[in-house]
Write a protein that binds this ligand. Structure first.
Ligand code: FE2
Length: 386
């Protein structure tokens, strides 16, 4: 099952050996957000990001304690959940963290085995295996905690032919804005507290059988004012990639500290979603009202041709167009990638999205970190949180 990723040389020689296969993961199943008002959030993700109405559960379907809207775009499924009364424990999560990601659900062939293998290796249980049934068959799920109050839910759906999960019905709407070309989740990044990165790297290695295949230290990721460290964890088939960030000492408060302060703990910092045509996607997202970080300065784009030439890659896109949209370019020996980051999608400066188009490169835009963080610092300055 193991697959070798070629080393990506950012000054660090890391050969990805492939993970131990006690936890075969087929992909990301869904991402569930706990939000204050799921109905309005669903409208936002449809209108702004081009997600489609997909499935629903609430009072009309017999769910009396919480309502969930499922949105879909190509392979991406978002679940937006809001409690229906004050006694729901979901409220505690929202009061503490604001709107944010609660569940990163992972698609498995055997949820009971996934739960058993991870809990016996030290995972804290969130929910023991449970079976849900309807006329389309059954789904087995089980959950474990990862960093903060975030959960990995294992989802086994091999005996299920329904739309999403038992308990949900198809959600049909008259208002259906077009897709923006988002295809699948490329990676999801977690922010953890001081000196916690290696703790969670070890957790993903020991408990989930992941491998650390790229690392960036504070000498690589810093600006004049702030710094952070990051390690990228990947499962055996490379479908699941979880970079983990922690703050590092700098002259001022880093964006990771700002996140930890406002999320009140560790949690998901950003979700990177892939597109085949970033110019088209970002043009559409901008016209839909999605706010992005400010465009990097002129010098940034002047340096791009050299960066691509170093690896003998030819940029297929028009650089003037990329610049006008604020899309950043990074390259490694395998290819290049195009990426851009949204502003936080809620009032607390916490979760945001990345839009990424990979043209061969398997990195995470290390060459863009400095420009990106300077852009975030301009926003932090406005918020008074730098
Ligand atoms: Fe990213």
């Amino acid at each position: 099952m193991s697959k070798k990723l070629k080393s990506i040389d950012y000054g660090l020689e890391k050969i990805f050996e492939g993970a131990k296969d006690f936890l075969p993961l087929l992909g990301t199943d869904y991402v569930e957000f706990y939000v204050g008002n799921a109905k309005q959030s669903a409208h936002f993700y449809k209108t702004a990001f081009g997600f489609q109405s997909y499935a629903y559960k609430g009072l009309e379907t017999g769910s009396n304690d919480a309502v969930s809207y499922v949105l879909k775009q190509d392979k991406i499924r978002l679940v937006l959940t809001t409690p229906l009364h004050s006694k729901s424990p979901i409220n505690d999560h929202i009061v503490k963290h604001g709107d944010g990601v609660k569940v990163i659900a992972l698609w498995v062939d055997d949820a009971r085995s996934a739960y058993e293998e991870t809990t016996k290796r030290g995972a804290k249980s969130y929910r023991e295996p449970f079976v849900e049934k309807d006329e389309y068959g059954e789904v087995v799920r089980a959950g474990i905690y990862t960093y903060g109050e975030t959960v990995h839910m294992f989802v086994e759906r091999k005996n299920y032919s329904g739309l999403f999960l038992p308990g949900f019905k198809e959600w049909k709407t008259e208002y259906n804005p077009p897709s923006s070309g988002l295809k699948y989740i490329d990676h999801m990044v977690g922010n953890v507290g001081w000196n916690q990165m290696d703790v969670w790297v070890k957790w993903y290695e020991d408990v989930m059988g992941f491998e650390n295949f790229l690392s960036f230290d504070d000498k690589q990721i810093h600006t004049e004012y702030s710094a952070l460290m990051s390690k990228v964890m990947s499962n055996g088939n490379g479908r699941i990639k979880f970079p983990i960030n922690e703050p590092a000492e700098g002259k001022k408060r880093s964006q990771i500290e700002e996140y930890l302060d406002f999320y009140e703990g560790a949690g998901v910092q950003h979700i990177a979603v892939a597109t085949d045509d970033i110019i088209k996607t970002v043009t559409q997202l901008k016209s839909n009202g999605v706010e992005f970080l400010s465009t990097p300065p002129e010098e940034y784009y002047m340096a791009v041709p050299n960066r691509l030439e170093k690896f003998s890659h030819e940029l297929r896109e028009d650089i003037a167009k990329l610049k006008s949209l604020g899309i950043m370019i990074d390259a490694d020996e395998e290819g290049y990638l195009l990426q851009i980051f949204t502003m936080p999608v809620e009032d607390r400066p916490t979760l945001f999205f990345e839009i990424i188009q990979r043209m061969g490169a398997r990195g995470f835009g290390a060459g863009n970190f400095k420009a990106l963080f300077e852009s975030i610092e301009r926003e932090q300055t406005k918020r008074g949180t730098l």
